[in-house]
Design a protein around this ligand. Structure first.
Ligand code: GAL
Length: 806
């Protein structure tokens, strides 16, 4: 009897070890589900025996700040978004099969805000102060396999406040994954791909590979790299053999030639990938895929930027990382929607103000065609925020900067590394030493991209960061009137405007006369003139912070300066925090070309008319005023010679842009009815736009940005709610309270209306309309089927819309 059992056992062992061998390939697991969360400090939660059953159950990414109530008493201050921060703990229990005991297992965090500390099964793994850095910990030495469970505990401490000049969010707000590999594997961030020689007919591809052998045997490995094109066809390959000692790390290069490369550019962001496979004989030990692109570029002191030999202006926006009503919690679709809106406006570049972004943003920029300025710091050793990064500088800046470069250097979308924003050290000689140190940290890891820094001191002899001589590309923020002197001040230097405008606007608000320019405040020591007591400000392009300009002022300057490689408007989207110059209850910024809910303000169309060739005609403001009031009407247009305006079918006159004009304007006494603009080229109508005086609010109108979404528990449909009169006109000042009900396989992830001083919560099933509109963000569950959203408001007809979840 004993014998057959032994044979079966041996066979089982054999098959399971075979299986083991096949499974030795890399596994990357989404590790976001089934966490327990509790606000406050819970030091005992590191113990495996601790019972966290009563804690809240949630799925990451998670930002607890966005769930809170606004108050100006929160230590984050309105500059930080006036939302709560504090401390919180996360815990997750998980088990791993016995077969994993032969593997290396590590956990990757894309970012935790802030001061995170991690324990696995009671073992302390470490702290990470910087809330934007991605990092990993190897778990294998401390793991249990089979029946016995594992517990990971994460303490997040965002209680030292204020530590930022904008809203940060709090918690494990980016993705987490568990990686399992065989003992021989490509190291974490272990590939670096460059394309040093590109000609029309070929591109050289250099791979720098770092491979680890964590086993206790020497291994002879064969490393095969296959280049796959955008359709996954094999287009080149190369292999090399390596002897690896036990417990060792090996870094080596592979060089390939690729014939007829398709170049990456913003209009056709063509991506390749490199599949690296490690073999021992015929046994596949690891496979690792690195997406990359092939492109070349130049920043020229006189001619500016060119991509793949073609001159092109960098037309960028700066953005902070929050996603409006979703807070800092990363959601790929929410980022994609932001980029889609920016693309429509003609934006071709993003500056990640002022920190390393979520990796999903960079993946999307690779795939959608945006040039990225990846930025490391807002503070060096000298303080900006009281509890800011300067406190961690000495101990952490090297690691944080290196990790950003290592993580991001394969993205074709990244064209510049920025080592800082408006750094205080530019004003004294410490700026020289620190700049040199930081640039050498970057150059050690990547010499293929210029290093820049966003400077505010324009005069060369007063700017010590410039004087370090270490920057490849000089970045300047604001004071665009100096730019004409730059060729003389900075001969032979490559130049870019890293931050501009800081124009202020509230969607749907208009001040008259529209052609008077206002700087609010006029200076730091001047009293704040805020205009209206609801803290709204005109969306005619007429208001800016005193250190900035209107959109028109800076763009007309830079567009004519070839030596300026481009610009980054502050900002693409309104963001949480920094409501300057407005006091609480203002709690989000006014600088966006697009409001916090994602609704374009009027300046969006100025850029669209200038930055795209898409025929554009945008007419504003709305047409509901007091009878007889002198009203200005503006139009932004392109692809036409002139625009004619009609009021109730009578011509008010033709206008054309002269010289540097970016818009045309008519001033007329208001008369209820219809305004209609017609743009014409060579006498032929190009576009027509019409606005009617809206009547009383009569109904709710719902429109989804996408009506088919994925049943992946993450996908979103952004539903615009507008209050309409009986004829379908949006009621421009409607502020009806709209309540929402969701049925089916989804839930409300957030609501907003873009009003910078609204104190309504973002996580709610209601929202007041603001200037006629609000937004509901509906999130799919993992179950396919329809979601129906019903919207009700008192005294007007309700509405419903269905989104399919597949
Ligand atoms: C800049 C700064 C940005 C933001 C902006 C507001 O000086 O770099 O982070 O504060 O001002 O205008």
């Amino acid at each position: 009897m004993a014998k057959p059992i032994l044979i079966i056992a041996a066979l089982l062992l054999f098959f399971s070890s075979c299986q083991q061998q096949k499974q030795a390939n890399r596994q990357q697991l989404d590790f976001n589900k089934c966490w327990h969360f509790q606000l406050g400090d819970h030091p005992d939660a590191v113990d495996m025996e601790y019972d966290s059953e009563s804690w809240r159950k949630l799925t990451l990414p998670h930002d607890w700040s966005i769930e809170g109530e606004f108050s100006k008493e929160h230590p984050t201050t309105p500059e930080g978004g006036a939302l709560p921060a504090g401390m919180g703990w996360y815990r997750k229990t998980f088990s791993l099969p016995e077969s994993d005991s032969f593997k290396t297992v590590w956990i990757e965090f894309d970012g935790i805000y802030r001061n995170s500390e991690i324990w696995i099964n009671g073992h302390y793994l470490g702290i990470r102060p910087n809330g934007y850095s991605s990092f990993q910990h190897e778990l294998s030495p401390h793991l249990n396999y089979g029946e016995e469970a594992n517990v990971i505990a994460v303490k997040v401490d965002n209680s030292q406040q204020p530590n930022s000049r904008w809203y940060t969010g709090s918690g494990i707000y980016r993705n987490v994954r568990l990686i399992k590999t065989g003992k021989v594997h490509v190291d974490h961030w272990g590939t670096f791909i460059t394309t040093p020689k590109i000609t029309e007919s070929s591109s050289n591809i250099n791979l720098q590979l770092t491979i680890k052998n964590q086993s206790n045997e020497n291994r002879q490995v064969r490393v095969l790299t296959t280049i796959l094109d955008g359709d996954n066809n094999k287009v080149a390959s190369m292999e090399s053999d390596h002897q690896m000692e036990n417990d060792s790390t090996l870094t080596f290069d592979q060089n390939l030639d690729l014939a007829d490369p398709v170049l990456w550019d913003v209009d056709r962001p063509y991506m390749y990938s490199a599949l690296t496979q490690i073999y021992d004989g015929n046994e596949l030990l690891d496979d690792y895929r690195t997406p990359f692109g092939i492109r070349y570029f130049d920043f020229h002191p006189e001619k500016g930027f060119s991509l793949n030999g073609k001159p092109m202006k960098i037309l960028g926006v700066c953005n902070h990382h929050d996603l409006g009503a979703l807070g800092a919690a990363v959601n790929e679709r929410a980022i994609e929607r932001q980029l889609e809106i920016l693309k429509e406006m003609g934006v071709n570049a993003i500056r990640t103000a002022h920190n390393p972004p979520a990796p999903e943003l960079l993946d999307l920029c690779d795939r959608m065609g945006f040039i990225v300025q990846d930025e490391a710091f807002d503070e060096w050793k000298k303080r900006k925020a009281k509890e800011g990064y300067h406190k961690d500088w000495d101990e952490w800046h090297k690691q944080d900067l290196e990790d950003m470069i290592r993580r991001d250097r394969n993205h074709p979308s990244i064209f510049m590394w920025s080592i800082g924003n408006e750094i205080r050290e530019q004003f004294d000689s410490t700026g020289i030493t620190i700049t040199r140190e930081l640039v050498s940290i970057v150059k050690n890891l990547d010499t293929t991209r210029p290093v820049t820094c966003a400077l505010t001191e324009n005069e060369p002899d007063k700017n010590f960061i410039y004087q370090s001589g270490a920057l490849d590309l000089l970045g300047f923020n604001y004071k665009h009137r100096d730019y004409e002197k730059f060729p003389e001040w900075y001969p032979g230097e490559k130049l870019i405007a890293t931050e501009n405008m800081s124009a202020l606007a509230t969607r749907g608000e208009y001040f008259f006369p529209s052609d008077s320019i206002m700087r609010w405040p006029e200076a730091h020591d001047k009293p704040l003139v805020t205009g209206k007591d609801d803290y709204t400000v005109s969306a005619f392009d007429q208001v800016s912070a005193y250190w900035g300009s209107t959109h028109e002022e800076t763009w007309t300057t830079i567009k004519n300066q070839d030596f300026m490689s481009g610009l980054f408007v502050w900002t693409g989207f309104d963001y949480l925090g920094e409501p300057i110059p407005y006091p609480y209850p203002a709690r989000s910024s006014y600088f966006g070309i697009i409001d916090l809910a994602g609704f374009p303000k009027d300046a969006f169309y100025m850029y669209k008319s200038e930055w795209t060739n898409t025929p554009t005609l945008h007419l504003f403001p709305h047409w509901n005023w007091e009878e007889g009031k002198e009203v200005d009407v503006w139009a932004y247009y392109n692809q036409a010679d002139e625009v004619e305006l009609f009021l109730n079918d009578k011509s008010v006159g033709k206008r054309k842009k002269e010289g540097d004009d970016l818009n045309v304007m008519w001033r007329l006494p208001y008369e209820k009815g219809t305004i209609r603009a017609v743009s014409r080229k060579d006498g032929k109508t190009v576009l027509e736009r019409e606005i009617q005086t809206a009547g009383k609010a009569a109904k709710i109108h719902l429109e989804a940005d996408r009506s088919d979404i994925k049943a992946d528990g993450k996908d979103l449909s952004f539903i615009t709610v507008s209050i309409r009169d009986k004829n379908g006109n949006i009621v421009p000042n409607a502020d009806d309270l709209v309540t929402f009900e969701v049925e089916g396989n989804g839930f409300i992830a957030g609501v907003d209306n873009g009003y910078q001083a609204s104190l309504e919560p973002f996580k709610a099933n209601y929202r007041k309309a603001f200037r006629g509109k609000c937004l509901v963000i509906v999130q799919a569950t993992e179950n396919p089927g329809p979601i129906t959203l019903k919207a009700n408001a008192e005294g007007i007809s309700s509405s419903e819309i269905t989104v399919n979840v597949q």
